[in-house]
Ligand binder design. Structure first.
Ligand SMILES: *Cc1c(COP(=O)(O)O)cnc(C)c1O
Length: 389
């Protein structure tokens, strides 16, 4: 090998993992994080990610380093799908996809795939996200507003009689939980034979659904089901082929269904974490019915405080439309709101500032928020009202 400088490679040794947690902030600094998304994750899931980070069992390398076509990843994505199917009771009539681009891309993909040329679709607007979805749909074709509560700043849901649904619409789109306003459907709107499309981004897996009522359900993972980077799409198989053949490959549900979400490299790490979160739900709660009861108990702790102090804490959502996931309310003044946020932070209760369009406070209490966090916030709210009324 004349001419080549002699390489001076160090002897190859496999580094021993450092002591878990060494050099990391102590766990005592971990807060109760009420962020709307990306949001709180189960600690046991974070621990498992940490423990498996250098060497995923059976892979000989990190989840970040292995091919999406390797047997360990094939097993992970299959398990993620199987867990979702069993938790939600998804039948073989539906395909489960793991996509990228967040729910925002679904705002476009839904009409691109489901709205035929010359057809129209209906949007039920109960908050900011539905409005965003509608404005993307309008770029694709004719999209009608079947209901809007904009005039009351999206604080309520439609009564069945208020829905102006077109029986010939290609689909009806609605947002089950409006993350910003804290308004949530507990029962799906009835749309007859028109396929119901649901943005379930901020309440995916919060309860058991009757999936057969839906044509398509989509949810980015970073609110209630995992990290940012993966979006789950559950689509009835007969809807897969509605998109035009000329759709760009990535934008066609048919492409992803045919290639089992492997047409391009899926977000491997995010799918892995989603699988761990679904396992956590199974281990911790067993069924989504149990988790639903847990979520009902959690939000009740906070809504009771609003109801007990209606002058001090004014809930944004009409009581019968309240979200189990995002509890939104205002205080008597901006000064008190700022004080609430800063004093809560001193007690390790963080990310409580509401979205600017609603103001006030928003406490996001997704599946992974432990009841201890909600109890701590409840106590803080009671003390704060007493001290500042
Ligand atoms: C967060 C959110 C979105 C947007 O999700 P991205 O992944 O950021 O595109 C859409 N809809 C709802 C209901 C949300 O909560």
């Amino acid at each position: 090998m004349e001419g080549f400088p002699k390489a001076d490679f160090p002897t190859h040794t496999i580094p021993t993992p450092v002591t878990p947690g060494l050099g990391c902030p102590p766990m005592s600094e971990r807060v109760f994080n009420f962020s709307a998304g990306p949001a709180v994750m189960p600690v046991s899931v974070l621990e498992q990610i940490r423990d498996e980070m250098l060497c995923l069992p059976g892979a000989g390398a990190s989840i970040l380093e292995i091919s999406h076509r390797s047997a360990p990843f094939e097993a992970i994505i299959a398990a993620a799908e199987a867990n979702l199917r069993s938790l939600l009771g998804i039948s073989d009539d539906y395909t489960v996809l793991f996509l990228q681009g967040g729910s925002r891309l679904q705002f476009s993909m839904v009409p691109m795939n489901l709205l035929p040329a010359g057809g129209s679709c209906d949007y039920i607007l109960t908050g900011s996200w539905g409005k965003n979805a509608l404005s993307e749909a309008k770029k694709i074709g004719k999209a009608n507003v079947a209901f809007t509560s904009a005039e009351s700043n999206f604080n309520r849901l439609p009564a069945a009689s208020e829905l102006k649904l077109d029986p010939n619409a290609a689909f009806v789109h609605y947002t089950n939980n409006e993350t910003i306003e804290g308004v949530q459907f507990q029962v799906e709107p009835a749309t007859g034979n028109v396929p119901l499309v649901c943005d379930a981004s901020s309440d995916f897996l919060y309860r058991k659904l009757d999936v057969t009522k839906y044509g398509l359900i989509y949810a980015c993972a970073q609110k209630n089901a995992g990290p940012a980077g993966v979006t789950v799409v559950i689509i009835r198989k007969d809807l897969l082929t509605r998109g035009a053949e000329t759709l760009p490959g990535y934008l066609s549900y048919a492409t992803h269904a045919k290639e089992k979400s492997m047409w391009n490299t899926p977000p491997t790490f995010a799918v892995y974490v989603l699988k761990l979160v679904t396992e956590w739900v199974q281990k911790e709660f067993g069924t989504l019915d149990k988790l639903h009861a847990h979520n009902q108990a959690k939000c009740k702790l906070l809504y009771e405080v609003l109801d007990a102090h209606p002058k001090f804490y004014q809930g944004h959502a009409a009581p019968e439309c309240r979200s189990l996931m995002n509890v939104t309310f205002r205080l008597p003044s901006d000064e008190l709101t700022t004080k609430f946020v800063s004093e809560a932070k001193k007690q390790s209760l963080t990310e409580l500032k509401g979205h600017r369009s609603v103001g006030g406070i928003r406490a996001s209490i997704y599946n992974a928020m432990p009841i201890a966090g909600v109890e701590a916030l409840r106590k803080f709210m009671l003390d704060f009202a007493k001290a500042n009324s």
